[in-house]
Design a protein around this ligand. Structure first.
Ligand code: GDP
Length: 271
C-alpha cells in the first residue's frame, strides 16, 4: 500500500527503497547498515485499532517488537541516528479533558497496549543510552490516501458512491464517538520538526478540536447536497469490544517548542 501511494504520487522512481521486516532484528540491522540514515521515522506496524482486536499477537509483534528492533539496531550500530516513533492518542484511552504530555496512559485495545510499550521503549533508550529518540503522540490524522478501514475514508468513499447512484446505504458502528481529526500532512511536518530540535522530546500532536462521527457524516453528506440520515444505518457488527468514546488533544507544548500549528481545519479536511 505504501508503494502504491508512492507510485501514484510519481515519486517512487526518484527514491531508493530497502525492504525491511521490522519484527526481524537482522533485517532491521541490515537495512540500517545499507541505508546509513541520519533520521529514521518508524511508522510501521498494524495501524488499525479495529483490526488489532482480531490480530492481537501480530499487533504486538509488528508495533512493539518492530520498534524495539530499530532502537536496538541504532544502539548497536552506534552512529548518531535520530529516531521518530509513531505513538498514538489511543494510549490515553477514554479521556474527559484534553490530553497533554502529563496525561496517564490507560490503553483500551491491543493496538494501544502495543503503542504504549513502544512509547516506553523509546523513553528507556533515550535515558539508558542517550539516543536521540522521540515519540509523537498523534491524534487521528487523515488524508485522501487513508485506507477505507478507517471511518473518515469509509464515509467519504461511500458519500461519493451514493452521490453517483452506485450504492444507496452506508453502514457504520458507533457514530457518537468523538475524535480530534487533523490532516496527515500537518502531522508529518511536525514529525520532521521534532527531529530538527536540539533536544529529543516527546510531543502530543492534535488540533485541540473534537467532533463526533455524526458531525463528520453531516458535513460530508452536505458537501454533495445530501441528508446523511436518509442513507446511514447503525450496524452493531461494527461496534468494538471496547471503545474509546472521546479523544481531544492539548498540543500547546508543540505549539510553543516547535512553532507547530495545524493548517487544515475540520471542514476543509472533510471536504
Ligand atoms: P481510530 O480512532 O484510530 O480507531 O480510527 P477509526 O477511523 O477506525 O475510528 C474512529 C471512530 O469511528 C471510532 O470510535 C469507531 O468506533 C467509529 N466508527 C463508527 N463506525 C465505524 C466504521 O464503520 N469503521 C470504523 N473504522 N470506525 C467506525
Amino acid at each position: 500500500s505504501g508503494f502504491e501511494n508512492l507510485r501514484r504520487l510519481g515519486i517512487f522512481d526518484k527514491i531508493e527503497t530497502v525492504t525491511v521486516a521490522p519484527a526481524d532484528y537482522d533485517s532491521v540491522h541490515r537495512a540500517l547498515r545499507v541505508a546509513e540514515p541520519d533520521e529514521v521515522y518508524n511508522l510501521s506496524g498494524q495501524s488499525s485499532v479495529g483490526l488489532s482486536f482480531q490480530f492481537p499477537s501480530e499487533t504486538l509483534e509488528s508495533i512493539s517488537v518492530g520498534n524495539l528492533n530499530f532502537l536496538e539496531a541504532i544502539r548497536v550500530i552506534g552512529r548518531p541516528v535520530r529516531f521518530y516513533n509513531a505513538c498514538s492518542s489511543e494510549c490515553f484511552g477514554n479521556i474527559s479533558v484534553a490530553a497533554d504530555g502529563t496525561t496517564p496512559f490507560r490503553p483500551r485495545s491491543p493496538y494501544a497496549v502495543a503503542k504504549s510499550a513502544a512509547f516506553w521503549q523509546v523513553a528507556n533508550y533515550r535515558e539508558a543510552y542517550g539516543l536521540f529518540a522521540t515519540s509523537g503522540i498523534l491524534f487521528n490524522h487523515e488524508s485522501p490516501r487513508r485506507g477505507i478501514e478507517f471511518v473518515t475514508r469509509k464515509i467519504t468513499d461511500h458519500v461519493a458512491r451514493i452521490k453517483h447512484g452506485l450504492i444507496d446505504e452506508l453502514r457504520l458502528g458507533n457514530i457518537e464517538a468523538t475524535r480530534d481529526w487533523g490532516f496527515a500532512g500537518d502531522y508529518v511536518r511536525a514529525m520532521w520538526l521534532m527531529l530538527q530540535q536540539d533536544e529529543p522530546r516527546d510531543y502530543v500532536l492534535g488540533t485541540g478540536e473534537s467532533h463526533t462521527v455524526r458531525e463528520f457524516l453531516a458535513a460530508a453528506f452536505s458537501f454533495v447536497g445530501l441528508d446523511w440520515e436518509q442513507f446511514v444505518e447503525v450496524d452493531p457488527r461494527y461496534f468494538r469490544p471496547v471503545e474509546v468514546e472521546a479523544l481531544l488533544a492539548d498540543a500547546s507544548k508543540a505549539e510553543k517548542l516547535l512553532g507547530w500549528a495545524p493548517k487544515v481545519a475540520f471542514s476543509d479536511l472533510v471536504k
